[in-house]
Write a protein that binds this ligand. Structure first.
Ligand code: KG4
Ligand code: ZN
Length: 337
């Protein structure tokens, strides 16, 4: 017997993501990104993102249905990111999801973007251990969560007190003259540099909390680069990239393992766009191996924002009998975890 088919819609930032999932099986994951339109501004422009979502919505849904080989009438439930994210961008997804759910006569599930970043791993690695610790690192958030059950309440253990990890990557990339979004460019440049070339500060390293701080690091890199420029000395982009990246991933992995120890949890999941970082994946694996922690990281395409993660969480909610959302559910830009 076929498990229900769930359509997932993600529009919290600059990616129009449409996913189709049956149980834990991913049938289609289609993403239309407006990132190119934002690149010349050096960051996501909310109005531009909203308009791009509006234009991309119907064609992206159409492409996903085609890729999965299903029809609209096969969809059994619609899930959508209700927040947190950019208000106008979220609204386009939520409005579309309501229209699809109403038109098809199927339940609607408004989901939390962070919980969806956690749930997506089930599509790749099967059911999540209960409980697990999740570290979500992206351009908009850097959080440590205790996840007793991804379909239930997630408990926030700590988060960034200033910049998100991805934001720090993007800002440092800008200082180094690398294109937006900078994370992948720093990752690439760092492969030919040394992580120990420059000693950059590690914020909140030993403070005992599970919070992060990246703005001091970002400023330190900017000052270092300025000083070199003023002195007319050459700047090694690979060395700065690798040393900055090392500082970020050192703190991230240290705090993630601290959370596992503190809550006596043996399974760690890392998600969000920065989880695509090759050095973070390698160092996390190394430290987890030493600590006897099992590590799960979705493949890079499932770490960045996408519709499959929303469909994955919707599928989980549907299978656990969670009540659907009312059709007047709001888009909530600051939806708490
Ligand atoms: O999850 P995501 O697609 O969108 C948000 O919710 O923010 O994450 C995007 C962020 C950007 O800041 C981008 O620079 C960063 O993830 N990122 C990376 C890498 N790939 C994407 N950061 C470091 N290394 C990467 N390979
Ligand atoms: Zn995200």
């Amino acid at each position: 017997t076929d498990q229900p088919l769930v359509l997932g819609i993600e529009t919290s930032c600059d990616e129009t993501g449409i996913g189709l999932v049956r149980g834990h099986t991913l049938l289609a994951d289609t993403v239309a990104s407006s990132v190119e339109e934002h690149a010349r501004f050096g960051g996501v422009v909310p109005e531009v993102a909203s308009r791009a979502h509006l234009e991309a919505m119907a064609p992206t849904v159409e492409r996903a249905l085609q890729r999965a080989g299903v029809r609209f009438s096969d969809v059994d439930a619609v899930a959508v990111t209700a927040g947190p994210g950019l208000a106008g961008a979220l609204l386009v997804g939520v409005a579309a999801a309501k229209a699809y759910a109403l038109g098809l006569g199927v339940p609607l599930y408004g989901v939390n973007h962070l919980a969806a970043h956690v749930a997506v791993d089930q599509l790749e690695h099967g059911p999540l251990p209960k409980p697990c610790i999740a570290m979500l690192v992206s351009g908009g958030h850097s959080s440590l969560l205790l996840v007793p059950d991804v379909a239930g309440d997630l408990i926030s253990l700590g988060s960034t007190v200033d910049d998100a990890a991805g934001e720090a990557f993007d800002k440092v990339a800008r200082v180094l003259g690398l294109p937006f979004p900078g994370g992948p460019h720093i990752d690439r440049a760092a492969t030919s540099g040394s992580g120990t070339a420059i000693a950059f500060p590690r914020g909140k390293y030993d403070d005992g909390t599970l919070d992060f701080s990246f703005s001091g690091l970002k400023t330190a890199v900017a000052r270092w680069v300025e000083a070199k420029e003023r002195a007319g000395e050459p700047i090694s982009v690979p060395d700065v990239s690798a040393s900055f990246q090392e500082a970020v991933v050192d703190v991230l992995t240290r705090k993630a393992l601290q959370a596992c120890r503190q809550y006596d949890v043996k399974d760690l999941l890392i998600g969000g766009g920065v989880a695509a970082n090759s050095r973070l994946r390698a160092l996390a694996q190394d430290r987890c191996d030493h600590a006897g922690i099992r590590l799960r990281v979705p493949r890079p395409g499932l770490c960045t924002d996408n519709g499959a993660m929303v469909a994955a969480l919707g599928s989980e909610l549907l299978s656990t009998g969670a009540p659907p959302s009312p059709l007047n559910i709001p888009a909530d830009s600051s939806l708490p975890i």
